[in-house]
Design a protein. Structure first.
Length: 135
């Protein structure tokens, strides 16, 4: 795997793990908690397996809509899947991603957030996901 994280604990961080433009990644039996942004952020990656992850207690410390939060209000998601690219011709969707046997809970935002790119008439979409046996 390009990126392999197994039997690890990540806590008290901004973003737990960010995987960007990777081919072949494995996150197995890893715990991510007490982070202030996304627990796991995957962007424009392919052939990724997330198996047995525990991602929980995600809070940016700012109430939604609080003017004191300014640009800091991050609505942290347990897992966010996003398409990266500065221009339409360079956009690369996420493909062949498996999320299984994982626990995603106590997230201020979503447990699992998908972002596709729809700003032009021909959308660029994430595809070929398997999501199974998660809580």
């Amino acid at each position: 795997a390009d990126i392999r994280v197994t039997n690890s604990t990540i806590r008290n961080a901004g973003i737990g793990i960010k995987i960007s433009r990777s081919t072949y990644c494995l996150l197995k039996d890893t715990k991510i908690y007490n982070v202030t942004q996304d627990g796991l952020h995957i962007e424009s990656s392919q052939y990724c397996v997330i198996d047995g992850a525990q991602i929980f207690n995600l809070d940016d410390g700012v109430s939604d809509g609080d003017p004191q939060g300014g640009t800091w209000n991050k609505h942290p998601d347990a897992i966010q899947v996003q398409i990266y690219g500065a221009s339409r011709d360079k956009l690369r969707p996420n493909r062949f991603v498996v999320i299984r046997n994982s626990r995603l809970y106590f997230a201020e935002g979503q447990a699992l957030q998908f972002n596709n790119y729809q700003q032009t008439g021909n959308g660029i979409n994430n595809s070929d996901f398997v999501i199974e046996n998660n809580l």
